[in-house]
Design a protein around this ligand. Structure first.
Ligand SMILES: [Ca+2]
Ligand SMILES: [Ca+2]
Length: 222
């Protein structure tokens, strides 16, 4: 059972309630997108730091100084809690020399073949301390982890005058809805520019269902 901690259940319940409240209007209501199947949700809170949860692996892509670890709260900058307590996962760009790169990836293939609209979301801690261009790229492998493709734009750690968690989303629909996509691995390539560390938490891969129409049958019997 995937623990989604009510994060998405609340909006879904709200939308259902809103649809029911409008049922008497007899006008079809188009609701906002809602979450369907959840293929992966990782909050990193079930392990003792610095260990990684089951299924998660790390590989160096450039140099060997880069590493990913779990931790209670941020390291550099220090003193900020995880997005979901107690743990987050971080890449050591504060320690690893410029250009060091390591991939954190879920080494279990996801079957996205039956879902058309799939997204990856995650929370990233941004800080305004050093303007160094440390960044993370989402990557996908469909051949068991041999080759990896970049998906979407990079996410830079540095954000002027800001210290906090931001949710990011990446569209994985190019890797879903086709029989080729029964074994999809997702990863995060971190590249150091020797600024602060890069911290992530609450990584999810899920299906989005669009265009929920009000069932007119709700009005039957009135
Ligand atoms: Ca390493
Ligand atoms: Ca967490």
């Amino acid at each position: 059972m995937v623990n989604i901690r009510g994060r998405w259940l609340r909006p879904v319940v709200f939308l259902l309630a809103a649809s029911l409240a409008l049922a008497g209007s007899a006008v079809p209501v188009r609701a906002a997108p809602v979450v369907g199947a959840v293929f992966l949700f990782e909050h990193f809170d079930g392990v003792t730091p610095p260990n990684a949860p089951a299924g998660w692996d790390v590989t160096d892509v450039s140099g060997t100084a880069g590493n990913w670890y779990t931790r209670e709260g941020t390291r550099y900058p220090s003193g900020y809690p995880a997005h979901s307590a107690p743990n987050l996962v971080y890449f050591n760009s504060w320690s690893a020399s410029v250009g060091s790169a390591s991939r954190l990836f879920y080494n279990v293939g996801l079957d996205l073949s039956a879902s058309r609209d799939v997204r990856l979301s995650f929370w990233m801690f941004h800080d305004g301390q050093y303007s160094n261009a440390d960044y993370i790229k989402v990557q996908v492998s469909v051949d068991g982890g041999t080759t990896w493709n970049d998906v979407g734009a990079p996410f830079y750690r540095y954000t002027p005058s800001f210290y906090g968690w931001t949710e990011h989303q990446v569209d994985l629909s190019d890797y879903a809805g086709d029989s080729r996509f029964t074994n999809v691995r997702v990863g995060f390539l971190a590249v150091s520019a020797y600024g602060n560390d890069m911290h992530l938490d609450d990584i999810a891969v899920y299906e989005v269902r669009q265009a929920v129409y009000l069932p007119l049958a709700l009005n039957a019997g009135e």
